[in-house]
Design a protein around this ligand. Structure first.
Ligand code: ATP
Ligand code: MG
Length: 589
């Protein structure tokens, strides 16, 4: 297979393991899954997990299920399900679409016979199939409940009446063994009866729990009779009020993987100590099909980036940003709205590799990937962010001097567009200095400068208002210095950008910068204290006329200024709003 995003396919310890298993013919089909909890938006860290799971599937002609891990109704919401699905589709579009698998609409695990035993499996279909939807762990609640009854019957689970606080006390510490619950040796019949009544809603929250019967003295705290089910009288966004007992992550995850036929369950390092429990649940049920295996890798944590949904939620709730998709947010939705190309994000994330040690990744590498991508793909336009008016006194009002600008200088076949030079134009305030510093090669008294794609101009007169503010710069256009004219070879030291005053539009432009002022906000006691107060500046800019109707999703280079894109949410033809995706150069280095 080809890897358009990477000249060579990535390699890492997980891919190496899978390659050797495939060589031994242990698997005929590699199935991975990406299992977000619908309790917030996906962030740049999740991109590593998505690209690993889809990448492994892609390189092995396998599949990757999108499964919502919706076992905790207290924090979850259906809105997050659709947002996360859209974000994943955006990130893998044109790269891993073929690997994305859903289930047929409404499908749940169905029974079939295998090796003389009843087994359960849920069907998977390509995500672009009509009538398909993402997998959800809550679709398996009935089956997970049946497996729990089976564990009880096998003497491997019991109903415990300890309060949550006492359960905690009995657990012990990493250095001291735990203590058996007084309910540990309940008879199987009694456990079955109580668990069925838990489901029937006979008990209030916290009155009972279902626990695995493993080993209260295990050095691994996760094996000290971990909770499998809790009573929670809460409405679930997907199952409504059907259930009042909810399975815990460690119980639901391994069995969800099994029901979907997942072969490799790839997750982050904090789950290393959970792996024995993952394996214990599957082994205890003596399931008829091959069971999935869990492998762990380090999280992606970029510098200058606030991580974790909990912290991002705080930014939203405390209105430090306009929402989860604020272009300053490190969410996939925020980055898309900011104009970051999915291909650049993929290239960056894949280049950071997959390891087993936690580390921090320089965000400059991501910015570099974005600039690299946009330098190739973005068409050039002219725009003036902080305009000052310039009058070319030798051009008549209404007169149009036809010029041409290049759209895509990086292309093998560059194209051009017409540009109208008129009597009144705008230039950038910063490109003029009445008292110029040394080596100032832009517009200054007695000086000459080239208006890009047009001609050289000479400054004649500075017009000010009563307060001394510059209101207009009167200049002479040297029309014989235009391309194709006799004096076109004339040299001046500075070239500046401009837009026609009559052939341009006004637009709101939002200039974004990093959200925090320190490289590792996670190390602060409270990241809120290191928020960058200048993370957004709003200016009233003038843009080349054609930018009024630009299609959302298109990113342009405004020459000399950076990369900009129409805002997905707020921009309209009447009131265009542009976001700065990124500056042309790293201003932090
Ligand atoms: P957060 O801690 O940011 O709230 P989470 O781990 O709670 O994230 P989930 O929705 O549970 O979020 O994560 C889905 C998958 O993404 C999990 O398999 C998790 O291991 C992985 N993941 C989460 N954060 C990162 C990260 N920074 N780098 C790589 N993978 C991650
Ligand atoms: Mg989580």
């Amino acid at each position: 297979m080809s890897a358009e995003d990477n000249p060579t396919l990535p390699s890492d310890f997980i891919r190496d393991i899978i390659a050797s298993q495939v060589a031994e013919k242990r698997y005929t089909n590699i199935v991975t899954r990406f299992p977000p909890e619908p309790n917030g938006y996906l962030h740049i860290g999740h991109a590593r997990s998505i690209l690993l799971n889809f990448g492994v599937a892609r390189e092995n002609n396998g599949q990757c299920n999108l499964r919502f891990d919706d076992t905790n109704p207290a924090k979850e919401d259906a809105h997050f399900v659709s947002a996360i699905t859209a974000d994943i589709r955006w990130l893998i579009s044109g790269w891993g679409d073929a690997q994305l698998t859903f289930k047929p609409l409404g499908a749940v695990p169905v029974a079939h016979q295998i090796n003389g035993q009843t087994d359960y499996k849920v069907t998977s279909v390509p995500a672009d199939t009509a009538q398909a939807e993402p997998f959800t762990a809550s679709d398996y609640f009935e089956q997970l409940y049946a497996y729990a009854l089976e564990l009880i019957k096998r003497g491997k689970a019991y109903v415990c009446d300890l309060s949550p606080e006492d359960t905690e006390k009995y657990r012990g510490t990493p250095t001291e063994p735990g203590k058996d619950s007084p309910y540990r040796n309940r008879l199987i019949e009694e456990n079955l009866d109580l668990f069925q009544r838990m489901r029937a809603g006979e008990f209030p929250n916290g009155a009972h729990s279902l626990r695995a019967k493993i080993d209260m003295a295990s050095p691994n705290l996760w094996l000290r009779d971990p909770l499998l089910y809790r009573i929670r009288h809460i409405t679930h966004h997907h199952t409504g009020d059907k259930w009042c007992i909810y399975p815990l992550y460690d119980y639901a995850h391994c069995l969800s993987d099994y029901l979907e036929g997942v072969t490799h369950s790839l997750c982050t390092l904090e789950f290393v100590s959970h792996r024995p429990l993952y394996d214990w649940v599957l082994a205890s049920l003596e399931l008829p099909r091959p069971v999935p295996h869990q492998y762990e890798f380090a999280k992606l944590i970029p510098t200058y980036t606030i991580m974790s949904k909990r912290n991002l939620l705080r930014l939203v709730q405390e209105k430090k940003v306009t929402g989860w998709d604020d272009p300053r947010m490190p969410t996939l939705a925020g980055m898309r709205r900011r104009g970051i190309p999915a291909a650049a994000l993929r290239r960056f994330v894949i280049s950071t590799g997959i390891t087993t040690h936690d580390g921090i990744t320089d965000i400059a590498a991501m910015e570099h990937a974005v600039r690299d991508e946009l330098n190739q793909s973005a068409e050039r336009r002219l725009a003036v962010l902080k305009p000052v008016k310039l009058v070319l006194t030798n051009i008549a009002e209404g007169e149009i001097i036809n010029c041409e600008a290049i759209n895509n200088p990086q292309s093998d076949a560059p194209t051009k567009r017409p540009l109208n030079l008129t009597r009144e134009v705008y230039i950038e305030q910063d490109d003029f200095a009445e008292v110029p510093p040394p080596k100032f090669h832009r517009l200054k008294p007695g000086g000459e400068v080239r208006l890009k794609y047009a001609c050289i101009i000479a400054l004649d007169e500075i017009i000010k208002d009563e307060s001394g503010q510059v209101t207009e710069l009167h200049c002479t256009a040297q029309l014989d210095t235009r391309s194709g004219e006799p004096n076109s070879g004339k040299k001046v030291k500075g070239t500046i950008h401009w837009v026609s005053a009559t052939d341009s539009i006004e637009a709101e432009v939002r200039l974004y910068d990093r959200m925090v002022t320190v490289a590792e906000p996670g190390k602060e006691e409270d990241f809120m204290t290191v928020l960058n107060p200048q993370s957004m500046e709003v200016v009233k800019a003038r843009l080349e006329f054609g930018l009024q109707t630009a299609v959302t999703g298109t990113v342009f280079q405004f020459e000399r200024l950076g990369y900009f894109t129409p805002d997905l949410v707020d921009s309209t033809a009447d009131k265009p709003v542009y976001n700065r995706t990124i500056t042309l150069r790293d201003t932090w280095a």
